[in-house]
Write a protein that binds this ligand. Structure first.
Ligand code: 17E
Ligand code: FE2
Length: 411
């Protein structure tokens, strides 16, 4: 198969892409079709590596308002609403919602998802259902599962046992929630436990880390220190880290050295954390998004996630990461020309590093033939105009397509 006339990753010249046996065979200019080879004209559209959702809670998606709405908009009321939904969870309920959301994502060019699954449930029902879904959906969507202790590891009955069980069952990553544990001591112990569990079982780590406006919430230093000492490095991700928004600059200077030594990844969730954070501020109100610009400038890897789609923590979401990037650039003040042009990397190349899949990801000869085409020439235009993903190809197979909507002005 020969895909012709693509602007690959904002290049200013057109390229052609040859796909054979599910792999990129050749990328070059003006490639000739082999006899009998099928040719698709991409018509000068932008081609990118597939989008990646590096942080979402699939088990909770599409449950907003069921049975109660989050009235205060805080993380804590979100957790309380979820407590009321949990008794109603069943495998078929989870399967139905996740199947819907995965297709919403696929329509928007996403081919990989890292999902946090709540394991503070003695039955581990959601974990069991997600493991089945990971298998069922594997030809269309790569799903990575984080064992996520929503109610804490030390602060929930049998929390450690449930985490171990989830890893035994097949979770890809180990999570934690230090800012929600009852005490600072519990928070440190929970992180030591989580990173050691990951090291012993050769798993990745993704911690809900300091998702609070408390400048004294310092789980991150423990995560980074243990990532360094256990040799886990970039297998470790700190998600949210919103307290970093409120850290004093002197502490930040000290912390940055450790972060660089540790080489851990960061995930910011700009839609959700601008909504959840700053809720106990009067004015000025904190934006509540981690220091994306500064981390990036220091060479640390940052990706962006949606976090929620219509659930107790966030009442919106269509499965498109475009709005995540759009708001993310505004709130982090990364609106320079190059920042905007390169911002697709927050939901592609950088997210591939977060998921630790970078070796098999990207538009290069020899790698799996997975890419998307957008109805624009470059990502600046695509982001600004909310351009449709017109084609999504995974391992050489067409996964989704779209005909861009036509708007008519009658004057
Ligand atoms: N749970 C949590 O602790 N934090 C979040 N942002 C979500 C669920 C969505
Ligand atoms: Fe989250």
């Amino acid at each position: 198969m020969l895909y012709k006339n693509a602007y690959i990753e904002n290049s200013i010249t057109l390229s052609d892409i040859r796909v054979k046996d599910g792999k990129f065979a050749e990328i070059g200019s003006q490639l000739e079709a082999d006899p009998g080879e099928e040719v698709v004209d991409l018509g000068g559209r932008l081609v990118l590596p597939p989008f990646i959702e590096s942080h979402v809670h699939l088990d909770a998606t599409l449950t907003a308002g069921d049975p109660v709405w989050n009235m205060s908009g805080t993380l804590f009321e979100g957790i309380a609403c979820w407590e009321k939904r949990k008794p109603k969870l069943s495998k078929s309920d989870i399967r139905e919602r996740v199947n819907k959301v995965v297709r919403m994502y696929a329509a928007n060019g996403i081919q990989h998802i890292r999902t946090h699954v709540d394991v503070t449930d003695p039955k581990l029902m959601a974990m069991e259902a997600m493991l089945e879904l990971r298998e069922d959906l594997k030809d269309w969507m790569d799903i990575q599962i984080v064992a996520f202790p929503q109610d804490g590891i030390l602060s929930f009955p049998n929390g450690k046992e449930l985490m171990k069980k989830a890893v035994e069952m097949g979770a890809d990553c180990v999570g934690a929630i230090p800012h929600y544990e009852f005490t600072r001591e519990y928070s440190v112990e929970s992180l030591n436990f989580a990173l050691e569990l990951a090291a012993e079982n050769d798993r990745l780590v993704d911690v809900h880390c300091d998702e609070i406006d408390d400048e004294a919430s310092r789980g991150l230093e423990t995560v980074a220190c243990r990532a360094l000492e256990l040799g886990l490095f970039d297998k470790v991700t700190a998600s949210h880290t919103t307290a970093m928004h409120s850290y004093n600059n002197a502490y930040m200077l000290r912390l940055m050295r450790l972060l660089k030594l540790s080489r851990i990844n960061f995930v910011a969730n700009p839609l959700v954390n601008t909504h959840l954070q700053g809720r106990v501020d009067t004015y000025p109100k904190r934006r509540g998004v981690t220091r994306v610009k500064e981390l990036t400038a220091e060479g640390l890897n940052v990706s962006f996630g949606h976090d929620d789609i219509f659930d107790p923590w966030y009442p919106m979401g269509s499965g498109s990461l475009r709005d995540v990037v759009f708001l993310g650039l505004h709130v982090t003040q990364m609106m320079g020309y190059e920042d905007i042009m390169n911002s697709y990397k927050f939901i592609s190349t950088n997210a591939a590093r977060t998921l630790h899949i970078q070796d098999s990801y990207g538009i290069e000869a020899g790698k799996p033939a997975s890419f998307i085409a957008l109805d624009a020439k470059n990502y600046y235009d695509a982001l600004n105009r909310d351009s449709a993903v017109v084609l999504s190809v995974k391992d050489g197979r067409k996964l989704a397509e779209a005909i861009p909507a036509e708007k008519k002005v009658l004057f």
